[in-house]
Design a protein around this ligand. Structure first.
Ligand code: GLU
Length: 519
């Protein structure tokens, strides 16, 4: 292997869209493996497809990695000894290597036009055989080549593929055999002068001294091309680990819609980065002791790429689509995404655990963006250290699967003009026993000084005993007059935070609206 024993991994996204879960998981596995081994993690931007690469995508990829807490030791913005780390800034480097390959007879210029190649492809298709370039220009004389260049005929550069059987010993996928005859001479430099992916990736990985190439299994079929280029230059070949596919709840490749969801959408949906990283770590990897909740930061120390599974992993964040159409529609806003999500996902389970267990000030701090535009929550409490906010959040966090759900709960504490909402709530108050229960609870509340949840439970129990009501016919009328709704927070949690005076006022208002006499 390379002269240095240091583990060096890299994430090499093409800035042609936003970062989605497949890419983010690749980045995470590379990052974790490098950290677990005391090595380095690099970020390299592969923007040689100039027509599809955008500055916006580049920025979003960086922002997504930063949100996830995946920092790079070398790469854009950080620099490093093997830069530049953006491929479009490395064109002169590739050129030096291409000149060398041509001089050694390992690559050649191909003057075939797009139309000629199309015809050959169609012929192969008609014959039912896989298309392999026929090497037409492989043996052109140097004079002929120079003549064509002089005439300004555009050309690409092809790698002269040696015919052989090649075995890739992949850390995750095991030994995989390839017959290079089926590959043929492939393009390493396109007619626009930009290198192809398979070519630039090898030169960069070699010069950047990458020891382990960890990426999606979709790239396994590219690996023999890359290995042949390593061999042509005499570069040490890194180890390969092709991480298995992520599938949706229907067992199919992540749909365009669900799979293409930007990582940043999960931030806006109220998931903490810790949660999302924990969730992604489990997509294909298992911790040595089988634990799934891995708090205390990323599972840096225990991550091992050798423990990754060959079978696909299920991204259970979205419900199984009901129709094919549903799969391909693009999300246009967060509500649509939230609607398509599976409420019982492992992501939600983990999210609830993190929200429950992280320090309260961290939660209130992360909550601020979700409170910003809420006019039903007083500005004065929109401060992570506000004791009222902290105690409300502390009492409701057990209910939350995401921070985005919090504002509705919080707002419940600040309702000033309570209204009885919905038929279910109204029907509850129409039951014969309801006015009796409400009256009794109101009387007990007025004559006592309840403070804690136990005090309130006691009051409700006494109201039950004195009116001979229990269960739903006891709690539901109290809930409706206190909150206006038939469902919501547990009353012993709500009442102490609301306090006796506010609660009395709420009951008076509801009773008035519902025509219940309190005396
Ligand atoms: N730019 C390639 C991609 O985004 C990188 C593949 C690799 O890691 O080699 O798929």
């Amino acid at each position: 292997m390379s002269e240095t024993k240091e583990v060096r991994t890299r994430f090499a996204p093409s800035p042609t869209g936003f970062l989605h879960v497949g890419g983010a998981r690749t980045a995470l596995f590379n990052y974790l493996y490098a950290k677990a081994q005391g090595g380095k993690f690099l970020l390299r931007i592969e923007d040689t497809d100039q027509s599809r690469s955008t500055e916006d995508s580049f920025k979003m990829i960086l922002e997504s990695l930063q949100w996830l807490g995946i920092g790079w030791d070398e790469g854009p913005g950080v620099g490093g000894p093997h830069g530049p780390y953006i491929q479009s800034e490395r064109i002169s480097i590739y050129k030096q290597y291409t000149d060398k390959l041509i001089a050694e007879g390992k690559a050649y210029r191909c003057f075939c036009t797009q139309e000629e190649l199309e015809i050959k492809k169609k012929q192969a298709e008609a014959m039912g055989v896989p298309y392999v370039y026929d090497g037409l220009h492989a043996n052109m004389s140097e004079e002929e080549v120079q003549e064509k260049i002089k005439q300004g005929i555009p050309y690409s550069i092809r790698f002269k593929t040696p015919s052989k059987n090649l075995i890739i010993d992949d850390i995750i996928q095991g030994k995989v055999k390839f017959d290079t005859k089926l590959i043929g001479d492939f393009i390493i430099v396109k007619s626009d002068g930009f290198p192809s992916y398979n070519y630039a990736v090898v030169i960069d990985d070699a010069l950047m001294k990458i020891s382990h190439v960890i990426r999606g299994v979709g790239h396994l079929s590219n690996t023999p091309r890359q290995v042949m280029i390593y061999e042509a230059f005499g570069f040490p070949i890194p180890e390969f680990a092709h991480v298995s596919e992520i599938v949706g709840m229907d067992g199919k490749k992540l749909s365009k819609r669900a799979g293409a969801t930007s990582i940043l959408a999960f931030k806006d949906l109220g998931y903490l980065p810790e949660t999302f990283v924990n969730y992604m770590a489990l997509l294909g990897w298992t911790s040595p002791d089988g634990q799934e909740y891995l708090p205390g930061g990323l599972p840096k120390k225990i991550f091992d790429i050798h423990r990754c599974s060959k079978s696909p992993s299920t991204f259970d964040v979205f419900k199984k689509p009901k129709t094919e159409d549903e799969v391909v529609t693009n999300f246009s806003n967060l509500d649509q995404i939230a609607e398509a999500m599976n409420p019982k996902s492992k992501l939600n389970w983990l999210s609830n655990k993190y929200i429950r267990e992280l320090p309260i000030s961290q939660i209130t701090n992360s909550l601020l963006p979700f409170l910003k535009d809420r006019t039903d929550i007083p500005e004065i409490v929109k401060n992570p250290n506000d004791p009222t906010l902290q105690s409300i959040v502390d009492s409701v966090r057990v209910y939350l699967d995401s921070l985005r759900q919090a504002p509705d709960y919080i707002a419940e504490f600040f309702v000033s003009d309570l209204k009885i909402q919905g038929d279910e709530a109204k029907e509850i108050l129409n039951q014969d026993s309801s006015p009796i229960v409400v009256r009794k609870f109101y009387e007990l509340l007025k004559n006592n000084e309840p403070k804690t949840d136990e005090d309130y439970k006691g009051l409700m129990a006494s109201a039950g005993e004195q009116t001979s009501q229990k269960g739903k016919s006891l709690y539901m009328p109290i809930r409706v007059v206190a909150t206006g709704k038939a469902h919501g927070l547990e009353l012993p949690i709500l009442f102490p935070l609301l306090g006796k005076e506010k609660l009395l006022k709420r009951i008076e208002k509801s009773a008035l609206d519902a025509g219940i006499s309190l005396t």
